[in-house]
Design a protein around this ligand. Structure first.
Ligand code: PGA
Length: 246
């Protein structure tokens, strides 16, 4: 099933989250042929879980720590997230990689921990502008995916991947659907190489300046299995239109 995910980043307080969900649920009621996921900040997960009860909309987190518990000030474990109804975690978002210095080894540990806990990670990968201009897009994507899946190659079907070119995130300058399609097809081929028993259950989402006018053209591409939406997911009306774009 296709997956449309909203990444709220550091936006919306708990009370704003309840308001959002109250407005959002009627707008997506009855939609059963696609998965809809909201990834609010940690502080909103509790109210979101409550507000989403009885609906098909899933709850995700934007980050996690790989250890179960302990002296890791400011971090949040997967057990804590699971108790709040979280079934997905975004791992390796470019803002985590480039603003908070998360290296590939850390991303690998987080993906491994998610698999161990039965939470489906959404691994984010994407090239920077200078890498694209140097013709390095495929190489960068391949390196990021191989390192993220190092030692857990046989679990390719248990993760989803978001292709988010760094230059397209929050810039109003999305990749063209055709360019994204090429990368998505490459990622799927790579997964079959990494895991000879890969069954093709990994959805490859596109992310980066998705809005109501371009969402449909991304979803029309053969290897685009969903969207990871930042800014345009912050308004329930707008995000519901994106959910219904195909
Ligand atoms: P954007 O962000 O839709 O605001 O470009 C996407 C993301 O960072 O996941």
């Amino acid at each position: 099933m296709k997956l449309i995910a909203g990444n709220w980043k550091m936006n919306l307080t708990p009370s704003q989250t309840s308001e959002y969900i109250k407005a959002f649920l009627p707008l997506v009621e009855g939609i059963e042929d696609r998965e809809v996921l909201l990834c609010p900040p940690f502080t909103s997960l509790c109210v979101a879980q409550e507000a989403l009860k009885g609906s098909r909309v899933k709850l995700g987190a934007q980050n996690c720590h790989y250890e179960e518990k302990g002296a890791f000030t400011g971090e949040v474990s997967l057990d804590m997230l699971k108790e709040l109804g979280v079934s997905y975690v975004i791992v390796g978002h470019s803002e985590r990689r480039w603003l908070f210095g998360e290296p590939d080894e850390l991303i690998n540990k987080k993906i491994t921990a998610c698999l161990h806990k039965g939470i489906r990670p959404i691994l984010c990968v994407g090239e920077k502008l200078e890498e694209r201009e140097a013709g390095l897009t495929f190489k960068v994507i391949e390196t990021q995916i191989r390192l993220a899946l190092s030692g857990i190659e046989e679990y390719t079907d248990k993760i989803d991947i978001a292709y988010e070119p760094v230059w397209a995130i929050g810039s109003g300058n999305p990749a063209s659907p055709e360019d994204a399609q090429l990368v998505h097809a490459f990622i799927k081929e790579l997964l079959s190489q990494i895991n000879p028993r890969h069954e093709g259950k990994t959805r490859v989402l596109y992310g980066g300046s998705v809005n109501t006018s371009n969402a449909g053209s991304f979803m029309a591409m053969r290897d685009i299995d969903g969207l990871l939406v930042g800014g345009a997911s912050l308004n329930p009306e707008t995000f519901s239109q994106i959910v219904k774009c195909f």
